[in-house]
Design a protein around this ligand. Structure first.
Ligand SMILES: [Zn+2]
Length: 657
């Protein structure tokens, strides 16, 4: 999974319109699905339960501020076997499987913490200490996971941490399992795939605020837990919040396959860049015959493009790496584990799983391209692609986290971009203006509403959601339109097998009914301190650049010299010049003789300013920043910075558009 920074938490329990029951059309659809889906296949329940040492189902992990940062409470409704009409039967099954939580033994010397985070923590008992693979998302949860482990196993030091990839749910809890001083003293190794740091800090930086807002839709954090609310996140239970940390790796894996012996445990690292994350690796432990597929092969179809937004992933590489692993390690693997979901035991099953996931991404890729090359566009291909029965009858290929139609469109986007080749799109009106014209041409809102209601009664929710959205964008004050559009999204959500699509549809319905939730600001960037600290200066200045209001800045030319002290640069300092010209902020190393002002400050002070922990004025007053030249020009630059939009509207137009 990929982890945007949750910049916001609910201010208070929002006023909520209660969700509605499943309609007759939805009920009929779910009944048909129950008859068609392989619900009699119970193998995954055995796998998810196998090796359980102690459950965490009643655990409540608290943060430093007394806030709950993890609990499965509220999901008790999932104890029922039969799915309600308001949940897709396949998703209900997955949501129940993701309820297995606690400490599990995979095999002798190998344990997993599951269901205490979106991701898993794997613990290997080395000759002298512990090897931790992926320390969960947040420090508090990682500490709770270690406490649970030590309750049952001997207390030994952690000698190595392995990050399988650059997503926050696989590294953010690291300070809960090791102390950075021990890393610096050489007592603990931190191993990661090549490119880890760059990707860990960059993927959620530039578009971070927009991703955070959109992630609330993807993960359904604001939805109530329940049969008519959020039931799962596909990869695991939920997201929530906590303290995210990062300790830089001490050892990078750079060869395609590299073997290391760590505390007596031989591990073959298998790099898989460009698959589920830009920097990722799987691993094989020969002495345990365990293949750890990280997040490349899990118990669902993954997304090629998360709904929160990201760069599109490469399905061809994804399939190729699985295939190579099947051929290189498949015959020797008896157990498959991943950093989400439950393991599977038995060599034949492992190989079958690898073949299916290899073919899942290849089929999607090839068939989408075949149709692209016959001239079909993403929305058409999404209707045409059907997974072969040999895959569809295997639960692990179902799109509980990914979403088939969205993945098809992502492949289109990866190869051809948003533009479908019809030049009418090139100068199309933006959403609100287009909606006003459309509704006017269709005879006005009342006429459209009357017909849309009739379509709703016929169960045509896709179209009603679409035309309902046009009504709302034409006039967000049209209460009846909002209600109808919400009802349509809600039924679509109930029908969705993809947890992320369900969450998005239900969050959309909630915001149509009750408006955009009021949330407190993050009090800064919403970017965790450890990640800001790890930003190279060039990336930091790029990040400043996207905040400049270019149109207001267009007539200014400002040149500032920066000396950042306490860094790893020569003499413990780095020199940079920032240049604002033509409305664009650029940077280059070294100082300019033509600078308007020169600033000297410790890098950590710059971090505090960026994090909103202090302002430039306070830092100047505290003597933390020395300025030579025209201080006014520094303030002038800061005055041209725009703040991100926070809780911007998603299912209705921005005021004034
Ligand atoms: Zn993940």
């Amino acid at each position: 999974m990929n982890t945007p920074t949750p910049a916001v938490t609910p201010a208070s329990a929002p006023v909520r319109t209660p969700p509605k029951p499943a309609s007759d059309a939805t009920r009929v659809r779910q009944q048909a699905l129950r008859a068609r889906l392989p619900l009699e296949d119970r193998q995954a329940f055995e796998d998810a339960h196998r090796g359980l040492i102690e459950t965490a189902k009643d655990l409540q992990v608290m943060g430093a501020n007394g806030r709950t940062v993890w609990t499965l409470r509220g999901f008790e409704f999932l104890e029922k076997e039969e799915s309600p009409d308001s949940v897709h039967p396949g998703l209900w099954r997955q949501a129940r499987l993701n309820m297995f939580s606690g400490l599990f033994e995979v095999c002798e010397r190998m344990y997993q913490i599951r269901g205490m985070d979106l991701a898993n923590m794997t613990i290997i008992e080395g000759d002298t200490g512990l090897i931790i693979i992926d320390p969960l998302t947040y420090v508090e949860r990682a500490q709770a996971a270690m406490d649970l482990y030590f309750k049952h196993r001997p207390r030994r030091p952690v000698v190595a941490v392995i990050y399988t990839h650059s997503h926050g749910d696989h590294f953010g809890g690291v300070r809960g399992v090791i102390d950075e001083a021990d890393v610096l003293a050489g007592k603990v190794q931190v191993i990661a795939p090549a490119g880890f740091m760059e990707e860990a800090i960059s993927e959620n930086l530039i578009a971070g605020p927009a991703m955070s807002r959109r992630a609330l839709y993807q993960f359904g954090n604001l939805l109530p837990r329940g049969e008519r609310g959020t039931v799962d996140a596909g990869l695991g239970k939920s997201w929530a919040a906590g303290f995210m940390s990062l300790i830089a790796p001490t050892r990078l894996i750079t060869a395609p396959v590299e073997s290391l012996v760590i505390d007596g445990i031989k591990t073959d690292f298998i790099l898989t860049p460009g698959t589920e994350a830009p920097a990722e690796m799987m691993m094989f432990h020969p002495q345990f015959k365990v293949l750890n597929t990280a997040e490349v092969v899990t118990q669902c179809m993954h997304n090629l493009l998360p709904m929160r937004g990201a760069q599109v992933r490469d399905p061809l590489a994804w399939s190729r790496y699985i295939n190579e692993t099947l051929h290189r390690h498949g015959d020797r693997a008896d157990i498959l584990i991943a950093q989400h979901h439950w393991p599977m035991w038995g060599g034949e099953r492992v190989r079958a799983m690898l073949r299916k996931h290899r073919d899942l991404y290849k089929f999607l890729h090839d068939q989408t391209l075949r149709l692209i090359n016959r001239g079909y566009v993403g929305s058409e291909i999404a209707e045409m692609i059907q997974m072969p029965d040999s895959l569809a009858q295997d639960w692990s290929t179902h799109a509980f986290y990914g979403h088939l139609a969205h993945n098809v469109r992502a492949i289109y986007q990866r190869y051809l971009g948003y533009y479908e080749g019809n030049p009418a799109q090139l100068e199309a009106l933006p959403p609100a203006a287009a909606a006003r014209k459309t509704i006017e041409y269709m005879g006005g809102a009342d006429a459209v509403l009357a017909r849309a209601r009739a379509d709703f009664d016929r169960g045509e929710y896709r179209w009603v959601a679409q035309v309902g959205s046009q009504l709302v964008f034409a006039d967000p004050a049209n209460r009846a339109a909002r209600e109808l559009a919400a009802d349509a999204l809600e039924q679509l959500g109930y029908q969705s097998e993809s947890a992320t699509a369900r969450n998005a549809l239900l969050q959309g319905a909630a915001e149509l009914r009750d408006g955009v939730p009021r949330m407190p600001g993050s009090g800064g960037t919403g970017f965790p301190r450890d990640l800001v600290r790890a930003l190279p200066a060039a990336m930091f200045f790029d990040w400043l650049g996207i905040q400049v209001d270019g149109l207001r800045a267009v007539s200014r030319h400002i040149v500032l010299n920066w000396r950042l002290t306490g860094t790893t640069g020569e003499g413990g300092a780095e020199d940079w010049t920032l240049n604002l010209e033509n409305g664009a902020l650029t940077h280059h190393p070294g100082h300019s003789a033509a600078a308007d002002a020169s600033l000297t400050l410790a890098r950590r002070v710059l971090d505090d300013i960026a994090l909103g922990k202090t302002g430039l004025a306070e830092a100047l007053e505290a003597g933390q920043v020395q300025v030579q030249g025209e201080l006014a020009r520094v303030h002038e630059l800061l005055g041209l910075m725009d703040r991100p939009g926070g809780m911007f509207p998603m299912v209705e137009p921005r005021p004034g558009t």
